[in-house]
Design a protein around this ligand. Structure first.
Ligand SMILES: Nc1nc2c(ncn2[C@@H]2O[C@H](COP(=O)(O)OP(=O)(O)OP(=O)(O)O)[C@@H](O)[C@H]2O)c(=O)[nH]1
Ligand SMILES: [Mg+2]
Ligand SMILES: [Zn+2]
Length: 308
């Protein structure tokens, strides 16, 4: 009997799965038979980030996947062809990093909030990198940026103001990514690839491209690719976070995914309170007091509506 090895899937192409053995060796594998994953209806059986067992084929650098370990978390995307079905974009993520920008391009707060709600629902720790701090030319812009940092820090998130074009920040970028599996998201042009290149110039990712903005080009593929960092760790450079799907949760659950609301939601008079205009609502009271940022509450109401 052939010995089983284990590794992580770093790329999927059709029915081939590129697996990185724990020794660092890369092996293209196929899947033997059907592997059933309980309780999840996805169109792809295996995703980037999956931990798998496989048997090495005697000839060449190929293998056969025989088993997949339970996922600690995963991000879903709507399957393109069948919109009622999902596929797993990636799994076993240690942190999701949102690259946001106050200017050039302007990132709406609602976009940041929705990203954070997704991370809460997916049980993935989130970090917000506010990139292009060098573009905050006026005092007014700097004040605005500081207000934004404060909003998210007060909610308990890690906020990192950053400039990815400054060579002196390379060490900080490496510290952020080292020894972790990081999922990077953010609008086109925010600086995702720039940040990765700053940390690890060997990767030499293309930057400044507009191909994603048009929704065409190489990124139309919805399958994520993972890059190994020379100093330890992996990054998933995934353009188009827009398509990241929320779990189908109920309206009553939504406030649970806003950490600053989670603290108060049990204090509402009615247990089925959805915090819109109910008497004795603790969350409304905290919004009035300024303990829950108005912009976050505004996003909450918008999301609530879309759940109706
Ligand atoms: N001034 C300034 N420009 C930056 C900074 N970070 C990135 N840029 C520039 O912004 C442009 C877009 O950066 P990319 O790294 O390609 O952005 P991206 O997020 O990977 O974009 P997509 O791959 O299209 O999703 C490039 O021209 C970068 O040089 C920064 O901190 N300051
Ligand atoms: Mg890019
Ligand atoms: Zn309430």
């Amino acid at each position: 009997m052939k010995a089983e090895s284990s590794g992580m899937v770093i790329r999927t192409t059709g029915s081939f799965y590129r697996v990185r053995e724990d020794s660092g060796q890369i092996r293209d594998c196929t899947l033997r038979g059907k592997i059933r994953i309980q309780g999840l209806k996805s169109t792809n059986p295996i995703a980037v980030g999956d931990r798998v067992s496989f048997i090495k084929e005697s000839a060449g650098e190929t293998g056969t996947i025989t088993d997949i370990a339970p996922r600690k978390n995963y991000i879903l995307r709507k399957s393109v062809k069948l919109s009622s079905q999902y596929h797993i974009l990636c799994s076993n993520i240690d942190q999701a990093i949102l690259i946001a920008t106050v200017e050039e391009p302007f990132t709406p707060l609602g976009y940041i909030d929705r990203f954070l709600v997704s991370c809460e629902a997916y049980h993935i720790p989130a970090v917000i990198v506010f990139n292009k701090t060098d573009r905050l030319m006026t005092e007014k812009l700097q004040d605005k940026a500081n207000d934004w940092y404060q909003i998210y820090r007060n909610c308990g998130y890690t906020v990192l103001p950053f400039c990815a074009t400054e060579a002196g920040n390379a060490e900080q970028a490496r510290a952020l990514l080292k020894d972790k599996i990081s999922f990077l998201a953010g609008h086109s042009g925010a600086g995702k690839s720039s940040l990765i290149n700053l940390a690890d110039p060997c990767l030499n990712l293309k930057t400044g491209s507009v191909s994603i903005a048009s929704g065409k080009g190489k990124h139309t593929t919805t399958f994520a690719e993972m890059f190994e960092l020379s100093f330890g760790g992996f990054v998933i450079d995934a353009p188009g976070f827009k398509e990241m799907e929320l779990y189908a949760f109920t309206r009553a659950e939504l406030s649970h995914y806003f950490p600053e609301m989670r603290k108060y939601r049990d204090q509402c008079r009615f247990s089925n309170c959805i915090h819109t205009k109910e008497p004795g609502c603790a969350i409304l009271e905290e919004v009035r007091k300024g303990n829950i940022p108005e912009s976050r509450y505004h996003t909450y109401l918008g999301m609530l509506q879309s759940l109706e």
